[in-house]
Write a protein that binds this ligand. Structure first.
Ligand code: FES
Length: 343
């Protein structure tokens, strides 16, 4: 790993202070019983603050959602978009997957690696540019492609890729082939957390390219369609999702009750006689195998989640953990979580 510019590490308490309000906004987007789904945008939010997901960021997310640090770390280390160490302002991703590779993607990557003097997932010493190999960037029809902070530069070759990088190094913001104007990786992380970017030209308004529409046109020409698919299917609002969750819960409770009543009716008057040796075996087995509990990881219980959400809902100065119970502290294994998060 190249030595790069490092900002002062930020503590979870500082993150609570800076990000508490936005974190509450993110959590409020999800149905009440699905708040852990807010983890992905929350991780982007902490990445927007530090440029990567630090151990403090992991702790912050765990506190807000009532998870333990191992659970947050497992998610943060699974997805490549969450960076585990400080990343440059400009993340240059070169697709070296099959289609781009046969069209020259690897040569583009190698030439940029030589030009910048860094390898995969490494950052230039001035902390401005991070280079990475990328798996398919879903633009095979424009291969070989590279992205800068997830905006596309299509059909690149060694020279065009080098000129993009040189412009970035000299403080410019090259214009992507498609998509919106470039912004820094931290600014992009704010958008990925679901907050609008107020800059002019921040939202792409270009038309879809002909290559991307080719399949659709062929399907139309040949009358191919997906039965029952409605491209205008509305996305459910949070209120509707909450109501649906309530209905599903009530229906499940009703079904459980009916099933229990039916079982009670069908059951014989008394239990079948149990042989004496079977009774002895059962007693021995029960003594040697105590129930394992509900198997939920520590900190996952509804109580912990509600408590942490309530704390996150307090004043930002008080914060989710100030005077409260940090996630996973009740019987959790913080050491294990830290190790996972630090991987
Ligand atoms: S293989 Fe490069 S975008 Fe798909």
């Amino acid at each position: 790993m190249t030595d790069i510019r490092q900002d002062e590490p930020v503590t979870a308490a500082v993150l609570r202070d800076r990000l508490g309000e936005r974190a509450r906004e993110i959590v409020a987007r999800y149905p009440a019983d699905r708040s852990r789904s807010a983890l992905l945008p929350l991780l982007h939010l902490v990445q927007a603050e530090e440029g990567y997901v630090s151990p403090s960021g992991v702790q912050f997310c765990a506190e807000v959602l009532g998870l333990n640090k191992a659970q947050v770390g497992a998610v943060a280390t699974f997805y490549t978009m969450y960076k585990r160490r400080p990343t440059g302002d400009w993340l240059v991703s070169v697709c070296t997957n099959t289609m781009c590779n046969v069209l020259g993607g690897q040569e583009v990557y190698d030439s940029l690696s030589e030009l910048l003097g860094v390898g995969h997932d490494e950052t230039t010493p001035d902390g401005t540019i991070t280079l990475e190999h990328a798996e398919c960037l879903a633009a095979c029809d424009y291969g070989p492609v590279m992205t800068v902070n997830y905006e596309f530069f299509d059909r690149v070759d060694r020279d065009s890729a080098a000129s993009v990088v040189e412009e970035l190094r000299s403080g410019g913001r090259p214009t992507p082939t498609r998509g919106a104007r470039l912004c820094t990786l931290k600014e992009m992380a704010v958008q990925l957390a679901g907050f609008a970017d107020p800059r002019d030209g921040a939202v792409a308004d270009g038309r879809v390219g002909d290559a991307s529409l080719r399949g659709l046109r062929l399907a139309q020409e040949h009358g191919v369609s997906v039965p029952g698919f409605d491209p205008d299917t509305p996305i459910r609002s949070k209120a509707d999702a909450d109501k649906a969750a309530e209905r599903a819960k009530a229906e499940q409770a009703k079904a459980d009750k009916a099933k229990a009543e039916q079982a009670e009716k069908a059951a014989p008057a008394g239990p079948p006689p149990v042989p004496a040796d079977a009774k002895a075996a059962e007693a021995a087995g029960a003594a040697g195998n105590q129930p394992a509990g509900d198997a939920k990881p520590a900190g996952e219980g509804t109580g912990a989640q509600e408590r942490n959400l309530a704390e996150a809902g307090g004043s930002t100065a008080a914060g989710a953990g100030a005077g409260g119970t940090p996630a996973g502290s009740a019987g959790s294994t913080p050491d294990g979580g830290e190790k996972e998060a630090d991987k």
